[in-house]
Design a binder for this molecule. Structure first.
Ligand code: ATP
Ligand code: MG
Length: 440
């Protein structure tokens, strides 16, 4: 029993170390705002800026503040868990790029580059993706069929000189991308991994809370595969047009919407529904395009030399976060799914009477011990109306109010963000409920 306790203690310590679980709003340096910058046209940026989740540096460039960073990290962790489950090994590659290897794949001339120079005048680029450096790096590690298959991923900043930047954090010029790359002896084993990755992606979007709006979408493939696959989330603010088959739960990107594709996938044109959507993820068979160009080869069992067969699998956690705001918020503010919410509970203390303060501090201290993530609105001199409006704007899944009234009724008034009315419950009931919710 004692050993079990030690194990449990170490586990919880390990899991939660490093992340702050309770935060007092009086200590939070960010403030909510009534208005977003006037040049901001997208709903996600407007709400996220007003809530103090992000800060706009310039068009298409945003910084993540404490609340926003918590959401981003939770999204990243869900993705990380699913990438680890399919065997991905995490790395972190450099943003600065040597043009030499990109010249070999004819991508140095792409207009999407942000480029820079060494003091000596030599050109460098800021990576917009990582196929080239990862292929080059692996030439030093991989030589035999025995070294394959495997996959590598990272969460890394990409730079893209995007022409348009009007979608808030859904399309930015600097963004974190989770990019995974798979390496196989041939197409057959590649496709086995590709299917696993597809399932992992479905799981990711379900866990993040947009699975019901996200479709596996056929898109153009390139030289080595007829199609690539995108994960497209339905939203009127999306930049893509897709055609959905509701029954089969798949869609086609407009770029491959033609009779040939429709027939080859056994779809019925009359049943396809046109919708606007945003690409939240993308999986792609690269084949030997990069391994051929950079001479990345392995020795087969028979001793022949063959190019490694590759795939790439991207997700933008920031774009996913923006998409969640676009599709799940209401006119009062953000509505975070529990799995990615910055905190589980927003504790509001209303009124400055001694009884209320004593009660709310007692609750605060219990929550502190229970490993529940709480944002504590301990501000004095802020009206109940303002506190409620801020709670709605910040979108934390549960709101607990401690007031003169609630203490008289013997408890805490608990309300879900998505519900209109709350109910009075005891502290024990609150803890039970939230411990369950936190495990989701
Ligand atoms: P799009 O078609 O939207 O321009 P893409 O096809 O160029 O995107 P990929 O190169 O496949 O995108 O990137 C992988 C993932 O990275 C995308 O699915 C998306 O989630 C994210 N992403 C791409 N571009 C951006 C961007 N400018 N800002 C934020 N996230 C992005
Ligand atoms: Mg795309």
């Amino acid at each position: 029993m004692y050993i079990l306790k030690i194990i449990l203690y170490t586990l919880t310590k390990g899991l939660f170390s490093g992340s702050i679980r309770i935060m007092r709003q009086t200590k939070l340096f960010t403030k909510t705002k009534k208005e977003a910058p006037s040049d901001e046209v997208s709903k996600n940026a407007e709400l996220l800026i007003r809530g103090g989740f992000i800060h706009k540096e310039m068009a298409g460039v945003y910084s993540y503040l404490p609340l926003g960073l918590r959401v981003l990290k939770k999204i990243e962790n869900i993705i990380r868990e699913e990438m680890n489950k399919v065997g991905g090994q995490e790395v972190f590659m450099s943003a600065l790029q040597n043009p030499e290897i990109w010249l070999k794949t004819n991508r140095w001339t792409s207009p999407v580059w942000f480029s820079t120079k060494l003091a000596s005048g030599t050109d460098l680029g800021l990576a917009f993706t990582h196929e080239e450096p990862i292929t080059q790096m692996l030439k030093e590690q991989i030589s035999s069929y025995r070294d394959l298959p495997f996959s590598i991923y990272q969460f890394q900043t990409k730079f893209r000189n995007e022409v348009r930047a009007k979608s808030g954090i859904m399309r930015t010029r600097e963004f974190i991308m989770k990019d995974l790359y798979s390496f196989d002896i041939d197409e057959k084993t590649h496709l086995e991994f590709y299917e696993k990755a597809q399932e992992a992606y479905k799981k990711i979007f379900e866990r993040i809370g947009i699975g019901h709006l996200t479709y596996l979408t056929f898109a153009s493939g390139g030289t080595f595969a007829k199609y690539s696959h995108e994960f497209q989330t339905i939203t009127s603010t999306g930049e893509d047009t897709i055609y959905i088959d509701e029954e089969k739960n798949i869609a086609l990107n407009k770029e491959v919407y033609n009779d040939e594709t429709i027939n080859s996938l056994g779809l019925n044109k009359d049943k396809l529904v046109e919708k606007r959507a945003v690409e939240v993820g993308n999986i792609f068979t690269l084949g030997t395009r990069f391994s051929d160009a950079l001479d990345f080869k392995y020795k087969t069992e028979e001793g022949d030399s063959k190019s490694v067969f590759m795939g790439s699998y991207g997700i933008g956690p920031g774009r996913v976060m923006g998409t969640v705001v676009e599709v799940l918020s209401d006119d009062k503010g953000v509505v975070w799914p529990q799995s990615i919410a910055p905190f589980t509970l927003h504790l509001l203390s209303l009124g400055e009477g001694e009884k209320v303060l004593k009660e709310v501090n007692k609750i605060y201290n219990v929550l502190l011990k229970k490993n529940i993530e709480v944002l504590f609105d301990d501000r004095c001199g802020v009206s109940p109306g303002e506190k409620f409006a801020d709670a709605d704007l910040l979108g934390i899944p549960f709101r607990a109010v401690v007031s003169e009234r609630s203490t008289k009724e013997g408890g805490i008034e608990l309300k879900k963000r998505i519900e209109e009315k709350g109910q009075i419950i005891s502290l024990d009931e609150l803890i039970n409920l939230l411990t369950k919710e936190s495990k989701i």
